[in-house]
Structures are given as structure tokens and as C-alpha cells.
Write a protein of this length. Structure first.
Length: 165
């Protein structure tokens, strides 16, 4: 199962099977699931229109699921981030008016980030935004790496390449 195919697809059963397969890889899999889910929800929310009367808009529901995924991600990183060599934290974006908080996650293949209206759990982020706008591609590559059971070389953050041992 390729992460990009699942990411671009909209079959719920396939997505759930992908998450279950990732979770078999322990802490890295749990981190990967929540990164993937948060990114997919964020991307989809920007495209959604309409909703369910009495429940809410599809966009709002997707953003709620993104926020839930980010909370799960922060909990997983608090527990396993150091052992995985993944730094993360929160920083305020002075240019963002509606979603001023940013969760940064330093994956072995580069930085990914998510904007949020509120600050979640976790440390302050010591770094700066890398200005690459590559979260989607990096998360998909990270998930494929975890899915294929490779151990990620977390010592080489500077190249932006995902290395496997």
C-alpha cells in the first residue's frame, strides 16, 4: 500500500487499513498515522463545501478531526519523539490572523507544520520555519518509509532527504 494512493483516495476502508498497517510499526507508526491524518484532513477541509444539517459543515468537521489528530500527534511525540529523534513544538506565526499557532515537527526528511487557532500541548519550538511548503510530500515519504519497515536515519536533518538504514 502506497501512502500517496491512500492520501489521494477517498475510500474509508482503505484509509483505515493503511492506519492499522502503520500502527504495527510501533511508535513511528503512531506518529506517522497522526501526521498523515492531520495533513489529509487539512488538505480536504480546504476543498469541502456543504455539510450536514444540525451537525456542521464538512469543512468544520475536517478541521475538528485535524485538531484531534494534532492532539494525538503531540501526545505520541511527547512519549516517543526523543527516542525517534523527532523534535517538535509550538510557535506563534505573527502573520497569521485566524490560525496563529503552528505545530512544527522535524522529521528525518525535513520539517512539516500545521497551523491551528489554539496552541496545543507540547514544548515551544526552538527553530524557525524552513519556508519550504513541503509538509504533504514529506509526510507521505515518511509514512512510506515507516510502512516499508525501514529504520530512519535521524542523524542527517540537513540534507532534507529521507535516509534508511
Amino acid at each position: 500500500m502506497k501512502a500517496l494512493e491512500v492520501y489521494n483516495g477517498s475510500e474509508g476502508a482503505t484509509t483505515r487499513a493503511f492506519y492499522a498497517a502503520l500502527e504495527k510499526y510501533g511508535a513511528a507508526g503512531i506518529v506517522a498515522v497522526n501526521l498523515f491524518r492531520a495533513q489529509k484532513c487539512s488538505t480536504r477541509a480546504k476543498k469541502y463545501r456543504g455539510g450536514v444539517r444540525g451537525v456542521g459543515s464538512y469543512r468544520g468537521m475536517a478541521y475538528d478531526r485535524k485538531a484531534w489528530s494534532m492532539g494525538n500527534l503531540c501526545a505520541a511525540l511527547a512519549e516517543h519523539g526523543e527516542a525517534l529523534g523527532i523534535a517538535y513544538g509550538w510557535k506563534r506565526d505573527p502573520l497569521a490572523l485566524t490560525n496563529p499557532w503552528v505545530l512544527y515537527v522535524d522529521l528525518p526528511n525535513g520539517q512539516v507544520s500545521f497551523h491551528s487557532p489554539t496552541r496545543g500541548e507540547g514544548p515551544d519550538y526552538a527553530g524557525e520555519w524552513d519556508a519550504m511548503r513541503a509538509s504533504e510530500e514529506r509526510i507521505i515519504a515518511f509514512c512510506d518509509g515507516v510502512m516499508h519497515g525501514f529504520r530512519v536515519d535521524v542523524t542527517n536533518h540537513s540534507t532534507g532527504e529521507l535516509k534508511f538504514l
